[in-house]
Design a binder for this molecule. Structure first.
Ligand code: GN1
Ligand code: MG
Length: 369
């Protein structure tokens, strides 16, 4: 927990009009600590203050350079389309030293943004319109970044979506068995092994030789799109993992969090079903924006991403459970295991429906040709 004295000290280094005493914890992120602070003046913009998880984001300077580059680029694009860069793109607030992060005397790293009021984000999607708007938002996001060449962004977390790397981390965790939990997760490890081979698509040279690497978001959970009061897409947030990757990763992570009829950590596996109208709506919105730049090979890879992301997320949650919950924030003992089980269940449902879902993508794409 942060002390108000500490927050006040941090806030004093940012060029802002935030009321340090008004801070309260905000959002449902698993990694950083986020606080909402009111403006000292009534009607002035409020602020989000984030304590960056420095164990995970080890090079905050380079991370911040990435974020600045991306927000500047997006703001230019939004402006040229007649939009409002202040409400449609995150704005980093500078410190008194002109940097966009502050390193306090306890070794903590902080950054600040304007808070975008009158917006909504959803951990659970209910309406096709919301999914459609999410698809448009992420499609437009990728389109606006598609002129930044691959290879220019700093790789914030190496091998972030490399499943071989994630499986290696799982095997290391099993070998250490730091929390003495391995013997109790044999069923889950069996599921990991069952799917492992079919999840290697993006690791095979003959598959990816025609797939361009692009600057993608890399954390397209649906709650990373802010919708306005009419449920229309306003702003894509959480830009810290924006770096090179395959578009299918973003597609897959969005689908993972949109078409599940329950939450990422649902305990009752019977409640995890696929909401297909939301899939159709997301594909519709996404391709409206992305069909302009996607290659055929990319279109053909989208469903592979939709299978990979829940699998990879399950592997990551399971690894963290075995390690004793050291990476993702948890609310109770066994939370990461519960999340892993929910993601495996989602994967099972997706796997059973993958052919039909792929046909939906191809049909929709055909209408743009
Ligand atoms: C983490 O912090 P948050 O909630 O945006 C994680 C993502 C996972 C997600 C699962 C840096 O994202 O990769 O998909 O949890 N971020 C990092 O909910 O590991
Ligand atoms: Mg994130």
């Amino acid at each position: 927990m942060q002390s108000s004295k500490n927050i006040a000290e941090v806030v004093s280094h940012f060029k802002c009009a935030a009321d340090a005493g008004s801070y309260k914890a905000y959002g449902s992120g698993h990694i950083n600590d986020t606080f909402l602070l009111r403006n000292v003046a009534a009607g002035g913009p409020d602020y989000l203050l984030q304590r960056i998880n420095h164990n995970i984001f080890t090079n905050v300077e380079k991370l911040t350079e990435n974020m600045q580059r991306v927000t500047e680029h997006l703001k230019g694009k939004v402006l040229s389309h007649g939009g409002d860069p202040l409400t449609e793109v995150m704005t980093l607030i500078p410190t008194d030293k002109g940097t966009y992060f502050y390193n306090d005397s306890n070794g903590n790293y902080w950054r600040m943004f304007y808070f975008l009021g009158n917006t909504k984000s959803y951990d659970l999607v209910k309406l096709p319109k919301q999914a459609y708007e999410g698809g448009k938002a992420f499609g437009r996001f990728q389109a606006m970044l598609s002129d930044i060449p691959a290879g220019e962004m700093f790789e914030v977390i190496p091998d972030f979506h490399n499943i071989q790397h994630r499986l290696r981390q799982l095997n290391e965790a099993i070998a250490k068995d730091a929390a003495g939990r391995v013997s109790s997760v044999q069923n889950e490890l069996e599921i990991v092994r069952k799917y492992a081979e079919s999840m290697q698509y993006f690791q095979q040279c003959d598959q990816v030789k025609n797939l361009p690497k692009r600057v993608i978001h890399n954390d397209t959970k649906f709650n990373n799109v802010l919708l306005d009061k009419n449920d229309e897409a306003q702003c894509v947030i959480d830009l810290e993992t924006v770096m090179d990757g395959y578009v299918a990763y973003d597609f897959g992570d969005a689908i993972r969090t949109i078409i599940n009829t329950s939450t990422e950590d649902e305990a009752d596996l019977n409640k995890i079903q696929l909401n297909m109208p939301l899939f159709d709506a997301y594909v519709n919105g996404y391709l409206q924006e992305a069909s302009k730049f996607l290659t055929d090979a990319e279109v053909n890879s989208l469903m592979k991403g939709a299978l990979l992301l829940p699998y990879m997320q399950a592997v990551r949650f399971l690894t963290d459970h075995i390690n004793g919950d050291v990476y993702f924030k948890t609310k109770f003992e066994g939370h990461n295991l519960q999340r892993a089980r929910a993601q495996f269940q989602l994967l099972k449902m997706l796997d059973e429906n993958a052919e039909a879902m792929n046909a939906t993508i191809l049909n929709e794409m055909a209408s743009y040709k």
